[in-house]
Structure formats: structure tokens, C-alpha cells
Design a protein around this ligand. Structure first.
Ligand SMILES: Nc1ncnc2c1ncn2[C@@H]1O[C@H](COP(=O)(O)OP(=O)(O)OP(=O)(O)O)[C@@H](O)[C@H]1O
Ligand SMILES: [Mg+2]
Length: 324
């Protein structure tokens, strides 16, 4: 038996569908030691999320079936545990964040309550949970935490929602945080901020992020070891440096060869007629200013998440934001 904190050993998962059996994960083995940051890299459909879902016990069984393998956490096989034993580990020792925070934040509850509830559900007092919620919001970079706790998920930008989900995942101080495409839905500057936050939190808390991504840049940014998956199987794994500089498998070579930056960037034709233009636009939500004297051609604009781009379109064309 290895000394790994988490070890996935010879895992195979099938899905039984009306159109036959899908072998989503086939004989996959990877592990996480304390202090290291592995990444699982692979194209869409390669089995990354299904492997992570097996670790978190959130596969829909059926149609999914774990047909072989073991998953060890601190030497104990998670797959042999009762639901009650799993509940003591999920969220508390191993937590997960997802690509789409909106589908994992409840739209009808205020975010402060949702984060605090993670803690009260695991036996913390309400006053302790409230205090830690403010701390966590502060820590993940949400402005004005005292006001933020009283807001609903739709009142935050995409990058802020990802931060809220990270705060929720950190509520119980997990040893491992599985981050499934945590930055894919975000624009590049916010991606960099969220990755920097995960790195800082790792240094501060010792929590080991396991990054799941199809993005080579994200792997290079944060991980020290990479597991490459294709069509449900691991095709190679090793240090990020070795795999990037000397990829052994044809699939990895193709992946690295097709990374952005290898081709030419196409620019828009500057001679096209202007279809829509905004002049001196202002928009506030209570005390928060979303747009201040903005004049722009929205079609040609690029801005970071939370930069007001989406609000510009909403003010111009609707639908109206419920809080407006
Ligand atoms: N509920 C399901 N029913 C049937 N097949 C499924 C189900 N969920 C996943 N699969 C199949 O399992 C395989 C692996 O899916 P998985 O979600 O792990 O891919 P992924 O590597 O995470 O891709 P992505 O980068 O798009 O998130 C795919 O072929 C997918 O179609
Ligand atoms: Mg996935």
C-alpha cells in the first residue's frame, strides 16, 4: 500500500445507456501525495469528470456503474465505505468545485446562508459559521463581505461566483480540493486571479488542489505533475516539465502541438460598418456602479469579468436584471 493521501487504483466506470454501454473510464490509476498539485488533462469526453465524480461519490448509479477499482483516502477504500462514512469525508476532507458555479449555488438562498450551512450541517454553531463565512469571503477576495452575505448568486459576476464556490469548498478546511475546470468559463484575467487564489490557499492551508482541465496553460500555471487522459484511459503521466518538453504519447504530442500560440491570431476587419453604439451610459445597482459614463461599440469590446460588459448589453437590449 502506498502512502498517498488519495489514490485511485485501476478504476473503470461504465454508463449503461439506451444505445449501449459507454466505457467512460478504463483502468485508471493516479494518486495525490501531500503537498503536490497534480492535474488531470484531457480532451472533452476523456473521462476526467467521471473519475472525479467517482472519488466524490456523486456518480448517478445507474446509469453509471463502477465495474472495477478502488479509491483510497488515507489508506481507506472509499468505495467500500457506508454512505454515513462517506458523508464524514465528503466536503470535510475532500471537497470539489465545478466549472459552472451557478448550477452548484442555490439561486433562492443568500450566499452567506449557503456557505454557513456547509458548516452548521457539520456541527458548527451558527455564530461560529457566520464569523467564518465573513473570513472566507474576505479571504477569497469578495468585496464588502458584510454586504455580500445578504446577496443572491445572480448578483455576483462569473469570477466572483467561482470565488464563492471556492469559499464554500474551503469552509470545512478540506485536505484535498478537486477543481473541475474551475476557470474554463472565465475570461483570461479572471482565470489568472482564480488560479493565483488557489495557489495562495494551498501555500497557506496545505490543502492539495487536484486540477481537472483541458487547458495546457492552466496546467503549466499551477500543477507540478500531470496525468494525461484520452478516451477513458491514462496515456501518460509525469512531471509537467517532462511531459511538456518530451511528450511520449502521440495524443499528448498532438495536444501540445495544437496549443494556442502555435498558430496565428486573426484580427477583425476594422473597415466594417458600426451597427450599435452606446454613448455616456451610466447604470447603478443601489450603491454599486456597474457602468459609469461608458461610450462604446459593444460588438468590439473586450473586458475582464466584472468589467461591466454584460451590463452594457442588458441596459441596451434587455432582459432587465431583476435587481435593476
Ligand atoms: N450520465 C451519463 N450517461 C452516459 N454517458 C455519460 C454520462 N456522463 C458521462 N458520460 C460519458 O462518459 C465519458 C466521459 O465523460 P466526462 O464527463 O468524464 O468527460 P470529461 O473528460 O470531463 O469532458 P469535459 O472536458 O467535456 O468535461 C463521455 O464519453 C461521456 O459521454
Ligand atoms: Mg468534465
Amino acid at each position: 500500500m502506498s502512502n498517498a493521501l488519495l489514490e485511485v487504483r485501476n478504476l473503470s466506470v461504465d454508463f449503461h445507456t439506451a444505445r449501449g454501454t459507454v466505457h467512460a473510464v478504463r483502468d485508471v490509476s493516479w494518486s495525490v501525495d501531500r503537498g503536490e498539485t497534480p492535474a488531470v488533462l484531457g480532451e472533452s469526453g476523456s473521462g476526467k469528470s467521471v473519475s472525479a465524480s467517482a472519488v466524490m461519490n456523486i456518480l448517478d448509479i445507474p446509469p453509471a456503474q463502477i465495474i472495477a477499482g478502488e479509491i483510497y483516502f488515507e489508506g481507506q477504500n472509499l468505495l467500500a465505505m457506508s454512505n454515513e462514512q462517506r458523508r464524514a469525508i465528503n466536503g470535510k476532507r475532500i471537497a470539489m468545485i465545478f466549472q459552472d458555479p451557478l448550477s452548484h449555488l442555490n439561486p433562492v438562498y443568500k450566499v452567506g446562508w449557503q456557505i454557513a450551512e456547509m458548516m452548521t450541517a457539520h456541527g458548527r454553531s451558527m455564530s461560529e459559521a457566520r464569523a467564518r463565512t465573513l473570513d472566507l469571503l474576505n479571504r477569497v477576495g469578495i468585496p464588502e463581505p458584510h454586504e455580500a452575505v445578504g446577496k443572491y448568486p445572480h448578483q455576483f459576476s462569473g469570477g466572483q461566483r467561482q470565488r464563492l464556490m471556492i469559499a464554500m469548498a474551503l469552509a470545512l478546511k478540506p485536505d484535498i480540493l478537486i477543481a473541475d475546470e474551475p476557470t474554463t468559463a472565465l475570461d483570461v484575467t479572471i482565470q489568472a486571479d482564480v488560479l493565483a487564489l488557489l495557489k495562495e490557499l494551498q501555500a497557506e492551508t496545505g490543502m492539495g488542489p487536484v486540477l481537472i482541465t483541458h487547458d495546457l496553460g492552466v496546467v503549466a500555471e499551477i500543477a507540478d505533475r500531470v496525468v494525461v487522459m484520452s478516451q477513458g484511459q491514462i496515456v501518460e503521466q509525469g512531471s509537467v516539465r517532462d511531459v511538456y518538453h518530451a511528450p511520449q504519447h502521440a495524443y499528448t504530442q498532438k495536444l501540445i502541438g495544437s496549443a494556442p500560440g502555435k498558430g496565428q491570431i486573426k484580427t477583425l476587419d476594422a473597415g466594417l460598418p458600426l451597427l450599435l453604439e452606446a454613448k455616456a451610459l451610466c447604470k447603478t445597482y443601489g450603491r454599486f456602479t456597474a457602468l459609469k459614463d461608458v461610450s462604446a461599440d459593444p460588438g468590439a469590446r473586450a473586458e475582464p469579468g466584472g468589467g461591466g460588459g454584460k451590463r452594457l448589453w442588458q441596459v441596451d437590449a434587455g432582459p432587465r436584471h431583476p435587481a435593476a
